[in-house]
Design a protein around this ligand. Structure first.
Ligand code: ADP
Length: 634
């Protein structure tokens, strides 16, 4: 049985010694390497394929490239061998050998196109590919028809199989080193792998041929005109053409990807250049890598002038440079970056040397094991200037307020004395000259005394008001329930006389405040609630709300004093707090207030950094709401 394949012992004397046509041998190596290169590049694309259809197409295209390439190499290699025998090729066997090559290539690609390849898979893939190349070769040999027989020298036959397997393993190993490392040397790896696999395929073929012994029959035909060069060249030409197609497709795909990358890069650039903030990127060496248009406008440097230069030298004022460098070093060492992901205000340097304030936020990220930083900056010179002016005006306003308080204090204090004099003189006049004056004279004197008394009250109120603005608050813990109780006792007879009652639906909190002032505040509101009330039964409700929606926004810890009185028209909601402002003026009424109660109330609330506002319905009653900054402490 083995004798029908192998030849043992000495070779027969009539064994044919063929010769190789060297150009075709070289061509066969070119085909093998080219096919290997095409197959490897498709295996790479296969790994990165995005859809099942793309995967399937690439898989078959790769299998066809490698299979057809190996087969074409073999066929051209066969045709390069010239013997003194007439040779024909059996078409069925020839096609079968090609199909075997394609099937084997398909199997190899399915092993190879996995994301992770371990040594085990590389070896098994290599053995499969090696054996596949051998099966194709020996099937191809079996397609030869001539007047003689083919036998193989066992040692060379075994060597050809070994070469095929080893070179296939080596090629796969190199190809997957390329997949792991990628990067710049990717194409060199791929070319190296293609040459190794090409050499392996040829090595196998020509070792196999060396081991092939052609023994012609006695009546062996010989055709001196037999010439396969044209056939060899057309097989080679067609194969190379077929192989170029997937390669061209690969190149097109790459160009398309580059175009997509470029267009997304230009989108990003457009976004950056249209940003209202300066966007600056820096690498871990502290060098500028990005600099958008706004950065150019803010700092006076153009993109091309600064990219690659140290950021600290460009925009950081000299006195802060070492701090910046130190911060960068410590971030790279320990990962601590206190300024990262915060919005902070720092000083920046313009190209012309001016130092100006900027708002800065920096974020860091890692890309391919390197740290990168992106900073967003905006010039806040104008904002800072208006803040400074605002502060200046506030201070000036505070000063003038204080001066006004002092003026009111001094004026009212000094006015009191002459007023007392007028009052005394009027009283003396009335006492000493009552008989000598007629009725009208007495009436006028009484009116004079009434007016001076009223003026005295106004001046006292003014004095009190200025004191409220000047004196420091005496803050203490105060139980509001106790405070209201005391006010209740104080006003008892007044409330009784007016048929009024105070209701507290829920216990009130303990607060931190200037107790005498807040007592005055409540007393004023309670008195008003009774005074401006035409109901038979006057009800004053005092309460506390933890959260509420006020007309100006939401408020916490709100006190209220509510009555069922006459109500206040909306247009007077603000005006009633003005000093000496009264809505129900009855000048003759001795009971009438001076229109300062609510002014005091407002001043006391403001001194406690609170707010006061009013809600009211005419004829139904009013509610005065207020907060005190210290609010409820329990
Ligand atoms: P006075 O009570 O001395 O007139 P206020 O400053 O306390 O001064 O009040 C100013 C004006 O606001 C009052 O004259 C009155 O018309 C109005 N007012 C105050 N509280 C109430 C209230 N609870 N209901 C209706 N009107 C009020």
């Amino acid at each position: 049985m083995l004798e029908s394949i192998f030849i043992f012992g000495d070779l027969p004397l009539n064994a044919e010694k063929g010769t190789y046509q060297i150009q075709l041998v070289v061509l066969s190596y070119v085909i093998a390497s080219f096919a290997s290169y095409a197959a490897l590049s498709m295996a790479q694309q296969l790994v990165n394929a995005k859809s099942a259809i793309e995967r399937g197409l690439l898989h078959w295209a790769g299998a066809f490239a490698l299979g057809a390439g190996i087969w074409a190499m073999h066929f051209v290699g066969m045709l390069s061998y010239k013997m003194n025998m007439m040779v024909e090729y059996d078409p069925a066997m020839t096609i079968l050998s090609m199909l075997i090559a394609i099937a084997v290539a398909y199997g190899v690609l399915s092993i190879v196109a996995r994301n992770q390849l371990y040594t085990k898979e590389i070896i098994s893939g290599g053995i499969l590919l090696g054996l596949g190349i051998c099966s194709m070769h020996y099937t191809g040999m079996a397609a030869m028809k001539m007047d003689g027989i083919i036998r193989y020298i066992p040692s060379l036959f075994a060597l050809s199989v070994l070469i095929a397997i080893l070179s296939a393993i080596a090629a796969l190993e190199i190809a997957f080193a390329l997949a792991r490392h990628g990067g710049r040397y990717r194409y060199l790896y791929q070319l190296g792998a293609a040459f190794v696999l090409g050499a392996g395929i040829c090595g196998m073929h020509y070792t196999g041929m060396l081991g092939a012994v052609f023994v012609p029959d006695a009546n062996c035909r010989y055709d001196p005109n037999q010439d396969f060069d044209k056939l060899a060249l057309s097989v080679a030409g067609i194969t190379l053409l077929i192989l170029s197609l997937p390669l061209a497709a690969g190149i097109y795909r790459k160009a398309q990807m580059e175009y997509q990358l470029q267009s997304s890069e230009s989108k990003l650039r457009a976004m950056m250049d249209n940003a209202l903030d300066a966007v600056i990127a820096m690498d871990q060496d502290g060098k500028i890598t990005e600099w958008n248009r706004r950065a150019e406008a803010i700092f006076g440097w153009s993109h091309s002038e600064v990219v690659g230069r140290r950021l600290s030298e460009i925009i950081i004022p000299p006195e802060f440079r070492s701090l910046h460098e130190e911060g960068l070093r410590s971030f790279l060492k320990d990962g601590i970056g206190p300024i990262l992901n915060n919005r902070i205000e720092v000083s920046a340097l313009h190209r012309a040397g001016a130092i100006f304030p900027v708002e800065l936020s920096v974020s860091a990220y890692q890309l391919q094991n390197e740290h990168h930083f992106t900073a967003f900056l905006r010039n806040i010179s104008e904002r800072k200037e208006s803040e400074r002016q605002l502060l200046h005006y506030t201070k000036a306003l505070e000063r003038s307020n204080q001066e006004l308080d002092e003026f009111a204090y001094i004026a009212s204090h000094d006015l009191k004395e002459p007023l007392r004099g007028i009052q005394n003189h009027a009283s003396f006049l009335l006492e000493d000259y009552q008989e000598k004056l007629d009725e009208d004279g007495v009436k006028r004197l009484n009116r004079l005394i009434f007016l001076t008394q009223r003026m005295e009250r106004l001046i006292s109120d003014l004095l009190h008001f200025s004191r409220l603005g000047r004196a420091d608050l005496a803050i203490q813990k105060t139980d509001t329930n106790v405070m209201i109780d005391e006010i209740h006792q104080l006003l008892e007879s007044f409330l009784k006389e007016k048929n009024a009652q105070i209701r507290i639906p829920n216990p009130l909190p303990e607060i931190i405040c200037d107790r005498p002032r807040v007592t005055e505040l409540f007393r004023n509101l309670i008195t008003n609630a009774v005074k401006y009330n035409d109901k038979e039964e006057k009800i004053v409700e005092i309460g506390f709300i933890a959260h509420m929606d006020a007309p100006h926004g939401s408020e916490k810890n709100v006190f209220y004093v509510k009555d069922n009185g006459i109500g206040i028209k909306t247009e007077f909601f603000e005006e009633i707090f003005r000093i000496f402002k009264r809505l129900n003026t009855r000048a003759e009424d001795k009971e009438a207030g001076t229109g300062v109660g609510l002014t005091f109330v407002k001043k006391i609330v403001e001194r406690h950094k609170g707010r006061i506002w009013v809600e009211s319905t005419m004829g139904e009653g009013s509610v005065f709401y207020f907060t005190l900054e210290s609010g409820a402490s329990s």
